[in-house]
Write a protein that binds this ligand. Structure first.
Ligand code: NAD
Ligand SMILES: O=C(O)C1=N[C@H](C(=O)O)CCC1
Length: 342
């Protein structure tokens, strides 16, 4: 579930600002939160020639279903498990191997009736080459931990393994350089939820077209996530960098991190059933003289928005690999621009 509110009118914003001053509870979203996604059709691709040939016979073209092998690293994580399930339901071949720093009974994990063999990360360099031989079109999806981002990226690059990197944190500049220098196909994004990416893209466009438009404005940022999330949201960092391009001075350590479940329910307004998996973000801007304020929120419950976006990113990357695209390093805005959303 995703809800977003944007208030720009001074009076409305002033009212919100007052309300917000006393609590972080987001206002009722301006629109009913996006409900559970409708059952998804698998994204289909079609070679234009096939489609044209079939259509010319007057028979509606049914493009071939897209299916390829995907290894989720790590299936033992909350996000990895959600992606593995979304991949299976989208018809992708889930490779029955994963790596994890978390011990699992008998070294096996059941996902969608499939038995996934779990190995220690130290074995990945030894095991992955044989997996790549068995699954030549393999794409790996990485949802591990910030401390593993750069080492994992280096390994995938060393093996020439295409990757969808969803894990946040680590040294992002080094991550992009490693992947760029290795010339492997990759989608890298701290945010895989398509609608949040669309908001981020709008922010990037605004920042690109109107640099310093908000210079002198004061920015307050609050982000609330499950208590197990240790790092500052990568999405929040990306949005903040847009505000910085718009002329706002803000230090990343000024972000108000809310990880206390009681505050999340009573102040932020997180539904109790989503305490273990949510992302509520609020960005509040106030003019130097205090007469104008803006507020942006994006509030996500659960992980399906990210899991579905990750599957779209993997399908996007697969089509780029198959077509031998010259550009190899992508982000989620590239995936959205391609438009082939399920
Ligand atoms: N891009 C997005 O849209 C998006 C969405 C959700 C989460 N995330 C990010 O994904 C990451 C994981 O989030 P989560 O909620 O699944 O965390 P989690 O702690 O539930 O899962 C992380 C898993 O990685 C495993 N792990 C640790 N080190 C590893 C290594 N070296 N190799 C393989 N596995 C290893 C752990 O055992 C754990 O099972 C975080 O960085 C989070 O910010 C990104
Ligand atoms: O649950 C998480 O962890 C999330 N991480 C990403 C971030 O750090 O912005 C995306 C939102 C959820």
């Amino acid at each position: 579930m995703l809800s977003a509110t944007i208030a720009a009118h001074p009076a409305a914003a002033a009212a919100i600002t007052l309300r917000q001053r006393h609590s972080l509870r987001p206002r009722q979203p301006l629109r009913v939160p996006i409900g559970a996604a409708a059952p998804r059709r698998r994204m289909e691709t079609a070679r234009p020639s096939v489609v044209k040939a079939v259509a010319s016979q007057g028979v509606p073209a049914v493009p071939p279903k897209l299916s390829f092998p995907i290894l989720v690293n790590s299936c033992t994580g909350k996000m990895g498990k959600a992606v593995a399930e979304a991949a299976v339901s989208a018809g992708l071949q889930l490779v029955p191997v994963s790596f994890s720093a978390t011990e699992v009974p008998d070294g096996k994990l059941k996902i969608c009736d499939r038995e996934i063999r779990i190995h220690d990360p130290s074995e990945s360099e030894k095991i992955l080459p044989s997996i790549m031989e068995e699954y030549p079109d393999l794409i790996v999806v990485d949802y591990t931990v910030p401390d593993a981002v750069n080492a994992n990226a280096e390994l995938y690059c060393k093996l020439g393994l295409p990757v969808v990197m969803g894990t946040t944190g680590g040294n992002r500049q080094l991550l992009h350089k490693t992947v760029q220098d290795a010339n492997i196909y990759a989608v890298i994004s701290p945010q895989m939820g398509k609608q949040v990416v669309a908001f981020l893209a709008a922010m990037e466009i605004m920042a690109g077209q109107f640099p310093d438009a908000f210079s002198g404005y004061k920015l307050e940022v609050m982000e609330s996530h499950q208590a197990t999330k240790l790092d500052v949201s990568g999405t929040a960092k990306a949005v903040i960098s847009c505000f910085q391009k718009l002329g706002v001075s803000f230090d990343m350590d000024e972000v108000k991190l809310v990880r206390d479940p009681e505050e999340q329910v009573n102040v932020v307004g997180v539904p109790e059933e989503h305490l273990e998996g949510h992302a509520f973000h609020m960005y509040h801007l106030t003019s130097p003289d205090g007469t104008v304020s803006f507020e942006f929120q994006h509030n996500v419950c659960g992980r399906s928005i990210y899991a579905e976006g990750t599957v779209d990113a993997a399908m996007f990357l697969y089509t780029k690999i198959q077509s031998g695209a010259g550009k190899k390093l992508y982000d989620m805005i590239d995936v959205l621009r391609e438009g082939n959303m399920r």
